[in-house]
Write a protein that binds this ligand. Structure first.
Ligand code: PEP
Length: 252
């Protein structure tokens, strides 16, 4: 991995976590990471929004930061149940995931919605993690690369740079299933994303492209060694420090 791309290991807790147990987990993770004298990667936890402020406080002074899992594209207004990027920032978030496949599937989010949300993230000075990934049907139909290109091109926020935007490639069929693509498949898609980005931004070579989908301690080293894989977006295996640390430890 080029010097210029500092890996990011990000945990997405989804709709999991109550205050007491979550605080224990982030403190455990922060303590482990704090023992590393010069961390070589960024470490992020995206908890439910209800926990952001407490977890951000608990991680202060450690290499661990926190982020949101989703946001509204508008700064404020009549959007019951939604959360703005300013609110996430106010609660201590440094990043926000947008376009996770569960948002795309469960809430009908289109590439255009994802792009608007990512642009809202950039307006507040946070870093957008833009998720892309093909379904099993798309993979079996042989359309993976064109689906990914379409998502990258149409979800990328205006003004995206390697500093404010991260791409996460997450094959939908690999999320939470225990299945992962082959190393060659991951390499092929990541190279394809890098090539797409090259046509869309000036500093494409410095954009971090994460892999996500059933990453765990036992497969993290192999996946993180793939060319153009600059870190991981981790769901299930990020919920406890015990499970997450072996993944972080590959890069830190
Ligand atoms: C995710 O939800 O982003 C994810 C990759 O989940 P898991 O690691 O559980 O497959």
């Amino acid at each position: 991995m080029p010097e210029t791309r500092r890996p990011l290991i990000a945990g997405n807790w989804k709709m999991n976590g109550l205050a007491d147990e979550s605080l224990l987990q982030i403190k455990d993770l922060a303590a482990r990471a704090s023992k590393i004298s010069a961390p070589a990667c960024d470490v992020l936890i995206c908890p439910p929004a209800t926990l952001l402020r407490d977890l951000a406080k608990a991680a202060v002074g450690s290499p661990v930061t926190v982020g949101g899992q989703d946001c509204h594209a508008n700064g404020k207004g009549a959007h019951t149940g939604d959360i703005s990027v300013a609110m996430l920032k106010d609660s201590g978030a440094h990043y926000c995931i947008v376009g996770h496949s569960e948002r795309r599937a469960d809430h009908g989010e289109t590439n255009e919605d994802v792009k608007s949300k990512a642009e809202a993230v950039l307006r507040e000075g946070l870093i957008a993690i833009v998720c892309v990934g093909e379904t099993l049907a798309e993979r079996e139909a042989g359309t993976t690369l064109s689906v990914i290109s379409d998502q990258v091109k149409n979800s990328l926020p205006l003004g995206a740079t390697a500093v404010n935007t991260v791409i996460a490639y997450e094959p939908v069929w690999a999320i939470g299933t225990g299945k992962t693509p082959t190393v060659l498949d991951v390499q092929t898609v990541h190279a394809h994303i890098r090539s797409d980005l090259t046509g869309l931004m000036n500093d494409a070579n410095r954009v971090r492209i994460l892999y996500g989908g059933s990453v765990k301690g036992s497969n993290a080293a192999e996946l993180m060694a793939v060319e153009n894989v600059d870190g991981a977006l981790v769901g299930g295996a990020s919920l406890t420090a015990e499970d997450f640390w072996p993944i972080v430890n590959v890069c830190i």
